[in-house]
Design a protein around this ligand. Structure first.
Ligand SMILES: [Mg+2]
Length: 111
């Protein structure tokens, strides 16, 4: 799917289903992801991994619609700021070379 076709699909979903409906849908999908993750973490295995993947996909599809409803440009600005903040936190907590020197969290040493 081209970027243009994807953008058109997002627009059409909002147009045909409506802004309020898609916000309710987002709440439902986020709730389903929470439930799937919770089951996965409580299952002590990979029993619910596919359910988590499916709900991640549902959320990945609905989030751009939410962003479009509330302002994609403004959302993108927040994402940029928060990604930068995460990068700075990683540098502060794990050092300048955190991206190239991965720490082994079981031993605490760098690999
Ligand atoms: Mg779902």
């Amino acid at each position: 799917m081209t970027k243009e076709a994807y953008e058109s699909l997002i627009e059409n979903a909002i147009h045909y289903y409506g802004k309020v409906h898609q916000q309710v849908k987002a709440i439902e999908e986020l709730g389903e992801l929470i439930t799937a993750l919770s089951r996965h973490l409580n299952s002590n295995g990979t029993v619910y991994a596919d359910a988590v993947r499916e709900e991640i996909a549902d959320v990945a599809i609905i989030l751009p619609q939410l962003a479009r409803i509330f302002g994609s440009t403004e959302v993108d600005e927040f994402v940029e700021k928060k990604i930068s903040r995460l990068h700075n936190r990683l540098k502060t907590e794990f050092g300048e070379n955190y991206a190239t020197e991965k720490r082994d969290f079981e031993t605490g040493s760098f690999r």
